[in-house]
Design a protein. Structure first.
Ligand code: BG6
Length: 409
């Protein structure tokens, strides 16, 4: 049986935003429906302007009805939402964080959550540090007999230098074990299955290398446009929104060496090792090995897609990419010379997330001049969208057509 988590308060910064409504609350609901939330638990939504707990809870409920990934059981939803409390705090007003700390102290006494606090930053990236600094200043990140955790969304910095700066600023406020740099792709069943497929089956690992693999394609195509996320997306773009997080997670799971143990540190080290072997390209190489695009007005099935530049909060002359594709190589013994093609974009014709591994062709064309002379390639396709599954494509003989006389015998 799964262990129940510790009692805690789940404190959401950005409680009125798109991410909270579209993904965080439906995920909390799924935990509640699976009886996986602690018995003593409360959701605290940090809001900027006066918004009552009741208003917040109504708004989250509406979000749940719209975005739930399973039918909503009213009793479960009621139990979850009756614990929602709104608290006003703004990092530009330090006193509001002192007041928030006192409110949380009182709430956790009333709810019996024992001082464990999980701060979820569902905010624009510019707010990550100001909020963390206020949490640090008020002592809310200190672990005195209770745990304190911080979940950070992406993008984590805008380049290597800013990511490093953010990392070291956070580590001055708390310890590494308190920081969770979240990537929701790791929660997907098929993604979790990649390691099992590779390392729990003897048949794949011997051919999982440059001797047998021709190339690997990692594709995350989306049908949805940018929608209401114009201001976040226009400052971020397809590359930063998807590649160094989701696509690199998929890439590292497919290419890493087997970890010595199945634990967080061992898996993380092997992932870091393979990512550090990605060949650094010169500016010129990077330009010729990548493509950027931006969607225009169009139609997908019955849905009209509006020009990206007309999206609310997008600059009318924006050159932010909504599509990015790139080719990279990994400089190690297993992968030298194998190209990896990564691509992702919005407002495309299908929603498709897949890793396609193409194996090298059979060494000589034994079937030349026969019905099977045009052999298709061997692909192993791991997909999470539109359906979850793993598919192996290989050639077999086409069944011979029988003549009438033979068939009637
Ligand atoms: C998010 C991106 O991290 O992932 C979104 O910010 C994107 O732009 C989403 O739509 C895709 O996730 P999924 O699970 O739908 O593939």
């Amino acid at each position: 049986m799964q262990k129940k988590p510790d009692p805690c308060s789940f404190i959401i910064f950005g409680a009125t935003g798109d991410l909270t409504h579209r993904l965080v609350v439906p995920a909390l609901y799924n935990l509640a429906a699976g009886n996986l939330l602690p018995d003593k638990f409360c959701v605290v939504g940090i809001v900027r302007k006066g918004m009552s707990s009741e208003q917040l809870s109504d708004s989250l409920m509406q979000g749940l009805r719209k975005f739930a990934t399973r039918p909503v059981d009213e009793a479960v939803a009621k139990r979850l939402f009756e614990c929602v409390t709104s608290v006003e705090a703004d990092p530009r007003d330090p006193a509001s964080f002192d007041a928030m700390n006192e409110r949380l102290d009182k709430l956790e006494k009333a709810r019996g959550t024992g001082g464990n606090r999980l701060f979820y930053l569902a905010t624009p990236p510019s707010a990550f540090l100001p909020i963390s600094e206020q949490l640090g200043r008020t002592g809310m990140l200190e672990e005195n007999g209770a745990w304190r955790r911080l979940i950070i969304e992406k993008p984590f910095g805008t380049d290597l230098a800013s990511a490093r700066a953010l990392n070291s600023a956070l580590l001055k406020l708390m310890d590494e074990h308190q920081i969770y740099r979240i990537d929701h792709y790791l929660g997907k069943e098929t993604v979790q299955n990649i390691l099992v497929l590779r390392f729990a089956n003897g048949m794949f690992e011997p051919i999982w290398n440059r001797n047998h693999i021709d190339h690997i394609q990692i594709t995350v195509d989306e049908k949805l446009g940018v929608g209401h996320r114009g201001s976040f997306y226009d400052a971020t773009g397809a590359l930063r929104d998807m590649v160094p997080n989701h696509l690199f997670q998929l890439l590292s799971l497919v290419t890493m060496e087997p970890p010595a143990r199945f634990d967080a540190h061992a898996v993380r080290s092997e992932k870091a090792e393979v990512l550090s072997a990605i060949q650094i390209q010169s500016e010129q190489e990077a330009l010729s090995n990548s493509v950027r695009g931006q969607y225009r007005t169009g139609r997908i099935g019955d849905t009209e897609i509006e020009d990206y530049l007309k999206t609310p909060d997008v600059r009318p002359d924006s050159s932010t990419e909504t599509y990015a594709a790139l080719k990279l190589t990994i400089d190690n013994w297993r992968w030298a010379g194998v190209p990896f093609y990564l691509r992702t974009g919005k407002a495309l014709t299908t929603k498709r997330t897949e890793i396609a591994i193409k194996f090298k062709q059979a060494p000589f064309a034994m079937f030349r001049d026969t019905a099977v002379d045009r052999l298709s390639q061997n692909y192993l396709v791991i997909s999470t969208e539109p359906t979850e599954g793993i598919e192996l494509q290989f050639n077999t003989k086409v069944r011979a057509r029988r003549s009438t006389s033979t068939a009637s015998r």
